[in-house]
Design a protein around this ligand. Structure first.
Ligand code: GLN
Length: 196
C-alpha cells in the first residue's frame, strides 16, 4: 500500500490525512526526520510558512527534505506548503526548501479578499474544482519543465512537474479529493519508475 506523509509541524494536517484515507492510501503524520524513510510521498500543508519554517529549523528538517527531494520523492505543497517548496520567493533573498522551479508571491489576493472560494478549471479534471483560498500566495512565474494547471483572475494558482505539485488553495478543506488523487497518481508513477 502507498504511504504518504503529511508534514505535521503546524497547519491543516488532519484534513490532509483524511483526504488521503478517503482516496484509499495510508496517510501518516510526519513529525520526525526519521519518518521520511517510511513514506513514498510527502504533503506540506497550509498554515503559516514562517511558523512552519521555524519548526523545520528546530527539528532539523530543511536539509533532509532537500535530500529526499533530490532523490526524487514526490512532494505536494498546499498554500504555505507551496511557499516552502518554491525555488524563489518574490521580495525575499532566500527560499526555504527551494526545490520546485516556481516563483511565488505571498499573501497575493489582498486584504478584503483574505479568504474566499472560487470555482477553478484545473487541467486534467473534467469538472470545476472549488478552491478555498486563505491569505493565499500565487505563482508569479514557472520554470521550463513546470506545467500550469490552473489560473484565477489571470494568476497561476496550481502547477506541477513530474515530481512536485503546488497549489495556492486548500484542497483538503473540501470533500473533493481530486487534487489529492492527482498527487497520488504522481507517487504511483514514481514508484513504478523506481521499481522498474
Ligand atoms: N499566508 C500564509 C503564508 O504566507 C499562507 C496561508 C495559508 O497557508 N493558508 O505562509
Amino acid at each position: 500500500m502507498i504511504t504518504i506523509g503529511v508534514l505535521g509541524l503546524q497547519g491543516a494536517v488532519p484534513e490532509h490525512i483524511q483526504a488521503l484515507e478517503a482516496s484509499g492510501v495510508q496517510g501518516i503524520i510526519v513529525k520526525r526526520v526519521e519518518q521520511l524513510a517510511e513514506i513514498d510521498g510527502l504533503i506540506i500543508p497550509g498554515g503559516e510558512s514562517t511558523a512552519i519554517r521555524k519548526l523545520m529549523d528546530r527539528y532539523g528538517f530543511i536539509e533532509p527534505l532537500k535530500q529526499v527531494a533530490e532523490q526524487g520523492m514526490p512532494i505536494f505543497g498546499t498554500c504555505a506548503g507551496l511557499i516552502l517548496l518554491a525555488k524563489k520567493l518574490e521580495g525575499y533573498e532566500t527560499s526555504h526548501i527551494g526545490v520546485f522551479d516556481v516563483t511565488v508571491e505571498r499573501n497575493s489576493f489582498g486584504r478584503q479578499k483574505d479568504s474566499f472560494e472560487a470555482e477553478l478549471r484545473i487541467k486534467g479534471l473534467a469538472d470545476p474544482f472549488v478552491g478555498v483560498f486563505i491569505r493565499a500566495p500565487h505563482i508569479v512565474a514557472v520554470g521550463e519543465n513546470v506545467e500550469v494547471l490552473a489560473e484565477h483572475n489571470g494568476r497561476i494558482v496550481a502547477a506541477k512537474t513530474a515530481q512536485f505539485l503546488g497549489c495556492s488553495f486548500h484542497p483538503e478543506l473540501t470533500a473533493d479529493s481530486r487534487m489529492t488523487e492527482i498527487f497520488i497518481g504522481m507517487v504511483q508513477n514514481h514508484l513504478t519508475k523506481v521499481q522498474a
